[in-house]
Design a protein around this ligand. Structure first.
Ligand code: FAD
Length: 388
């Protein structure tokens, strides 16, 4: 048996951020992943300004050319309606997760985390603080961080299931041929390409990522929705369709218990309007390591979950506020109102883009949007938001 201050399960953005942060605090770290890196991860690869700030802070990583492509133009659609184009918005960045995740993982190992990638977790013993890996090796932890994605083994061990099937999102993607985009090539967003969701076309130099996602329970046939979207975009047949769950606004109110913490998708930290999760994964992964280090330093690892719940409150508040706005963009009843306002208003489009790029927050947007809406709609949003 090997003993570590912190054992991290999952070496994606959340786990790598935990590992780097814990090493900066001088802790011993085991980084476990069932995959060997580089590994595939289904994702649009959109990196917002908010995410870029976390990359700099946690990994000291700049937006280096080759790994990131910058875009500043968008087009928006709803069904057959063209809602307009917006140029020179605050920039967003595109990356390929194959390379991006490999780099973050490499930073974690370089920082001194012990590498247990290529090893699936077979058992967790929460009472004795041990993790058993495939092959029988046992790791003992002071604090365990479950950064093992939306189908988290650690969340299942804590709560009996990784997510609520009624609330979970699901997304499909294909990689279509690249049309050699440049910085002026717009990214495309199609609201309502899926029910309670949207579609996207992100042209990159190696391929064009095309996808759609929405609440799974409201989309009985997501495959048919993607086929219709492909037809609308007049994309050639043939590209392989891949699917993945997306915790689309299902943040756990208690993202851990005692000395076991959940970070990133395992905690449900994904924006319910935009589907952005990489930034929250890095932020929450780093916070989990920070509070783990504090609890270990104080000699009371079981206090970690309480510290973590407090530290991640701003993330949950943002997600809750985005959920409040969600019916405005996604519900059939309010969507025509949204479409009319969005098409007519550069201000609303800009507000959406500032949100996406990370230089404004949901509290700021919410207060601006709610005061402009008819009282009936505001009350409807607040009630729906509370109900989830
Ligand atoms: C189709 C799609 C498009 C998306 N597009 C975007 C986007 O454009 N921008 C954005 O910001 N977000 C996007 N997201 C969300 C984003 O991909 C996630 O929020 C992000 O990857 C979360 O990072 P993570 O580290 O929590 O989990 P992951 O990246 O999923 O990493 C989890 C790791 O845990 C490992 N693991 C799982 N189970 C075990 C186990 N039992 N034992 C050992 N290891 C295990 C996995 O191998 C994996 O490496 C998208 C998601 C989907 C599905």
């Amino acid at each position: 048996m090997q003993t570590f201050d912190i054992v991290i399960i999952g070496a994606g953005p959340a786990g790598a951020a935990s590992a780097v942060t814990a090493r900066k605090r001088g802790l011993s770290v085991a980084l476990v992943d069932k995959a060997v890196f580089p590994r595939a991860k289904l994702c649009g690869g959109l990196v917002t300004g908010r995410c870029a700030a976390h990359l700099k802070e946690v990994f000291d990583l700049d937006l280096i050319p080759g790994l990131f492509e910058t875009r500043k133009n968008f087009t928006f659609h709803l069904g057959a309606d063209d809602l307009g184009r917006l140029d020179d918005v605050p920039p967003v960045h595109l990356t390929m997760r194959w390379d991006f995740d490999r780099l973050l993982y490499a930073r974690a190992i370089k920082a001194g985390a012990t590498d247990f990638t290529g090893r699936r977790v077979e058992n967790l013993d929460l009472e004795h603080n041990t993790v058993t890996l495939e092959g029988g090796q046992v790791l003992r932890y002071g604090v365990l961080i479950g950064a093992d994605g939306v189908q988290s083994f650690v969340a299942k061990a804590l709560f009996g299931r990784a997510f609520d099937p009624e609330k979970i999102g699901f997304a499909l993607e294909i990689e279509a041929p690249s049309e050699m985009p440049d910085e002026d090539t717009p990214l495309r967003i199609d609201f309502a390409a899926a029910d309670w969701g949207y579609g996207w076309v992100f042209p990159k130099s190696r391929s064009t990522t095309v996808g759609l996602g929405g609440i799974q329970a409201r989309n009985a046939d997501m495959g048919a929705a993607l086929a219709a979207y492909r037809a609308k975009l007049t994309l050639p047949e043939g590209a392989k369709v891949k699917g993945h769950f997306l915790p689309f606004g299902e943040a756990k109110t208690r993202p851990g218990r005692e000395n076991v913490l959940l970070a990133g998708d395992a905690a449900g930290f994904v924006d319910p309007l935009t589907g952005e999760g990489i930034g929250y994964a890095i932020e929450s992964g780093a916070l989990a390591a920070e509070v783990g280090a504090r609890a270990i330093r104080e000699g009371r690892p079981i206090l970690a979950a309480g510290y973590y719940r407090a530290a991640t409150r701003p993330i949950r508040t943002s997600i809750a506020q985005a959920r409040m706005l969600r019916p405005l963009m996604f519900s059939r009843r309010l969507q025509p109102f949204f479409a009319r306002s969005f098409a007519a208003s550069r201000g609303l489009k800009r507000a959406y883009m500032h949100l996406l790029s990370g230089d404004t927050s949901y509290p700021a947007i919410l207060s601006r949007v709610l005061v402009r809406l008819p009282g009936k709609i505001t009350r409807h949003l607040v009630t729906r938001g509370r109900a989830g």
